[in-house]
Design a protein around this ligand. Structure first.
Ligand SMILES: Nc1nc2c(c(=O)[nH]1)N[C@H]1C(S)=C(S)[C@@H](COP(=O)(O)OP(=O)(O)OC[C@H]3O[C@@H](n4cnc5c(=O)[nH]c(N)nc54)[C@H](O)[C@@H]3O)O[C@H]1N2
Ligand SMILES: Nc1nc2c(c(=O)[nH]1)N[C@H]1C(S)=C(S)[C@@H](COP(=O)(O)OP(=O)(O)OC[C@H]3O[C@@H](n4cnc5c(=O)[nH]c(N)nc54)[C@H](O)[C@@H]3O)O[C@H]1N2
Ligand code: SF4
Ligand SMILES: [Mo]
Length: 788
């Protein structure tokens, strides 16, 4: 492995050195000569890619590299700096994927006219946007005063730390958590707005989260993009899907919306929102009935064979040993531990008479699937029964087949954990996992291969502090349930646009006596701050990227000085720690923090200075040869965690409350349309949303997709301003009438600022996802009317 890393490093260092050297010393004509010598191949590409605007002038610019750090693909970007200013950002030519327009627009983010430059204290009413500038000393003293005041009045649980995906480097969010732990802890959100349903499925089933299959997409013969849109949301990897199709793969998209991926796929299967588990069980019904299962895989590598007693509990040899599951040996006709050598194991009670009325986990799965006949599945999902049968057969037989999960929209539903888990059922039951071209593609990054340490190790907390389910953040704070919040620290997230039920979030921001927002622009959330802290963007501080979206570890180099007095979040925590007497853990040169993160993984800061490092051999095949990351190394299909929460330990379909076919829901009559969410090419959530190039190239106001029949019923014309509404609020948009959305469904866009017309979160469901505490935004009932 060390050799491989070295090889990679050599390539990176060569290209980087060449580039800088080239840029500083040679002309384009000279480059053409060098290119013809072969080893300078990269230079030829660079010469061809020279931006016209700067032409030969670029030669004199210094270059710095960083990682595009919000929750996207963490592309490596190169900044060109002239006179202390980032004048251009390019995709780094030697990186595995290429950045997009958003990444290129980062020069406009760095140089944005409205960058926050000084700490600012609220002057007017919350939300009015009236602030006065104060010094950092005043701001830091005030923070300490408010922390102490809150702790005295409400205890540590009165402090709330909220951070998310705005910057996923290895330092900033981690250090925030450590800082609050140093002062005794803070209340934190439970679950995530993104994909905690995936975690609640994967961790107990396969033993690990954030495991992607992107290295072997091109080897697949059958790819199902299930509730996601990689042509937009994994844009830089879409070349892999295209390569697979060139190699003869079929690409299928299951989505209520004809999305950009569907436009390039072989088949679009429109489905009712949140009925994906029903579809998966309908497919399992066919797969089991037609014996398309991979029996040897199930027996050898999974807990499908574990025995379950009459009370529905897993049977163990020793109750003290969690891994001592019992199975039935067909040879000896007796119960034995699942890991006994030389046994022939029963997969189902149909294969032998099992004692004590025991059944296997597989029997329980069958019991769920048998109910989902093609007819019943069609009635719930609106997917025609012929399509369901064909989909099941094609998926099971066109091996290798892959499901793209990618933190999908389908799992941002009331029972999203079952959606994610049902996709693993399909992969495991058909043996489509652990081989090239198979598996269920989650988001994934370098942390699946190496353990990155936190920069500051936090002390153990003396008391357990409450957690607020992130979907109910607004309501929980407004109702002081489970606890009253007196101080709220918001960084790397914008709850006014991203957390469900915006009106509740606004009320919460108005209620909490002291709200700190650390950001670099006056976001919809910053407007509601008591104290705004101006922070750096990438290229303005040094940091480390080693996360869950890229297989590479990347040094994020500082290219320029930040504007005004903007500071990195880690500087802020170091200053606060100094004031509180534990500065030695925090106030260190950033290089030392980076070294601490890297300790023990065999990659050094010096290596990273030469370019990104991928500390693993390519291609990565998750759960290779059926070796899962659970303690038994087997995939577990019966999840005791779910049972502890009073839900079925076997994947089951539960109809959502906010679902148009739910006959018991009182909301259906009032709000007959099902609203779903989608991510746009113009932004990553609310990030990039206000950059001039983005608004020029993409649309600059929110839209909603509505089916012609639904529009006609309401007298709505294409392009008309409409209001999407329910009891939670209103979302003002332009109507786009199109058959590219299922009738009865409207598609709302994610990420618009209040200043741009408002977020779709004004209407989204704030129900907490049942098993993973995720969010249910794709189970939202609404109606639409013309704007007055
Ligand atoms: N351009 C861009 N790229 C991004 C992001 C971004 O904001 N912008 N965000 C990043 C992040 S954090 C994430 S989590 C990923 C998400 O990546 P994706 O999951 O690909 O992104 P979404 O747009 O949320 O995709 C959801 C799709 O699910 C559909 N959908 C909604 N509800 C349902 C349902 O109940 N069932 C089914 N089958 N489909 C449904 C929507 O129509 C939409 O097309 O993208 C990442 N990449
Ligand atoms: N309605 C609706 N809501 C959704 C979704 C949806 O599809 N529809 N999708 C959900 C998903 S999948 C996700 S992942 C979440 C994402 O939601 P968030 O994590 O809130 O992501 P952003 O909206 O991009 O907000 C990130 C903020 O961090 C700031 N930031 C950037 N760098 C730094 C930094 O170094 N320090 C500090 N302090 N701040 C920084 C940015 O300027 C920006 O304001 O949204 C969720 N919410
Ligand atoms: S926005 Fe996403 S795809 Fe674009 S450069 Fe950044 S990480 Fe890459
Ligand atoms: Mo996300």
């Amino acid at each position: 492995m060390a050799n491989k890393i070295q090889e990679k490093l050599d390539i990176f260092s060569r290209t980087k050195m060449n580039r800088r050297h080239f840029l500083k010393t040679t002309s384009a004509a000279g480059a053409a000569t060098l290119a013809s010598t072969g080893s300078y191949q990269v230079l030829k590409d660079v010469a061809l890619e020279q931006p016209k605007a700067y032409g030969a002038e670029l030669e004199r610019f210094e270059t710095f590299r960083s990682s595009c750090a919000m929750e996207c693909l963490h592309c490596n970007l190169t900044a060109f700096v002239r006179d202390g200013k980032v004048v251009k950002v390019e995709a780094s030519e030697d990186f595995n994927v290429k950045g997009c327009l958003r990444g290129m627009s980062r020069s406009q983010w760095v140089n944005h006219e409205q960058r926050l430059k000084k700490p600012m204290l609220r002057k007017g009413k919350k939300g009015s946007g009236e602030f006065k500038e104060i010094s950092w000393d005043e701001a830091l003293d005030l923070i300490i005063e408010k922390i102490n005041e809150t702790k005295k009045k409400l205890g540590n649980k009165g402090l709330l730390l909220e951070n998310a995906s705005g910057n996923m480097d290895a330092i900033k969010n981690s250090m925030a958590g450590a800082f609050f732990d140093y002062i005794g802890g803070a209340t934190k959100p439970a679950g995530s707005l993104c994909c905690s349903a995936v975690a609640a499925a994967m961790n107990p089933m396969v033993g690990f989260r954030y495991v992607d299959t992107r290295d072997t997409i091109r080897d697949s013969k059958y790819i199902i993009c299930w509730g996601n849109n990689p042509a937009v949301t994994m844009q830089a990897y879409f070349k892999e899907y295209e390569e697979a199709m060139r190699n003869g793969a079929r690409l299928i998209v299951i989505d209520p919306r004809f999305n950009e991926t569907a436009a390039r796929a072989h088949e679009w299967i429109p489905i009712n929102p949140s009925t994906d588990t029903a579809l998966a069980l309908g497919m399992l019904n066919i797969i089991i009935k037609e014996d398309l299962i991979d029996r040897p895989f199930l027996v050898e590598h999974t807990g499908a064979v574990y025995l379950v007693d009459e009370k529905g509990e897993l049977v163990r040899e020793n109750p003290e040993d969690p891994d001592s599951y019992l199975v039935y040996d067909l040879n000896k006709k007796s119960l034995v531990r699942h890991d006994t050598q030389g046994i022939q194991v029963a997969l189902s009670a149909e294969e032998a008479e099992l004692p004590n009325g025991y059944r296997t986990v597989f029997d329980l799965i069958k019991e769920q699937a048998v109910e989902w006949t093609p007819e019943k599945t069609e009635a719930e999902t609106d997917v025609p029964k012929g399509t369901i049968i064909r989909l099941a057969r094609e998926y099971a037989l066109s091996k290798p087949s892959m499901i793209i999960q990618n933190m999908s929209g389908a799992q941002r539903t009331e029972y999203g954990t079952y959606v994610a888990a049902s996709q693993f059922y399909l992969a495991i039951v058909t043996g489509n996992i652990g081989k090239a071209g198979t598996g269920v593609c989650d988001a994934g990054g370098v942390t699946q291969f190496v353990k990155i340490n936190p920069p500051v190790v936090a002390p153990e907390l003396k008391e357990e502090l409450p957690k607020i389910p992130i979907s109910k953040l607004g309501e929980s704070i407004v109702n002081s349930n489970p606890t009253e919040i007196g101080f709220w620290w918001i960084m790397t997230t914008s709850p006014m646009t991203q957390v469900p039920n915006t009106n509740m979030v606004r009320k919460a921001l108005e209620k909490v006596p002291f709200v700190v927002v650390a950001d670099n622009l006056m976001t919809s959330t910053a407007l509601y701050a008591d104290l705004i802290l101006p922070v750096t963007t990438i290229f303005e501080d040094t940091s480390l990227m080693a996360g869950v979206r890229s297989h590479y570890i990347q040094l994020m180099e500082q290219a320029v000085e930040p504007p005004g007095e903007a500071k990195p979040d880690y500087w802020i925590f170091a200053q606060l720690a100094n004031r509180l007497g534990f500065g030695e853990a925090f106030d260190k040169p950033i290089e030392e923090h980076i070294k601490a993160c890297l300790e023990g993984i065999g990659v050094t800061l010096e290596q990273l200075r030469k370019g990104p490092v991928k500390p693993v051999a390519t291609p990565s095949i998750p759960f290779k040869d059926g070796e899962f990351r659970t303690t038994t190394k087997k995939a577990h299909l019966f999840v005791e965690d779910w049972k502890l929460k009073n839900y079925s330990p076997i994947v089951t379909y539960i109809q959502a409350d906010e679902f148009a076919k739910n006959k018991t829901s009182k909301l259906v009559e009032k709000y007959p349309l099902m609203a779903i969410q989608y991510k746009m090419p113009r932004s990553i959530h609310s990030s990039f949303s206000t950059l001039p190039w983005i608004n020029e190239v993409h649309q600059s106001e929110p839209e909603t997709l509505i089916h012609p029949n639904d529009a006609k019923k309401r007298g709505i014309k294409d392009g008309q301003k409409v209001v999407v509404f329910n009891d939670r609020g209103e979302h003002h948009v332009k109507a786009v009438i199109t058959p590219h959305i299922k009738e009865g469904v409207v598609a709302l866009q994610n990420g618009w600022w209040e200043q741009q017309g408002g977020s779709s979160s004004h209407v989204t469901n704030d129900k907490v996802e049942a098993l993973g505490s995720g969010q249910s935004c794709n189970n939202t009932l609404v109606d639409i009317r013309k704007e007055d």
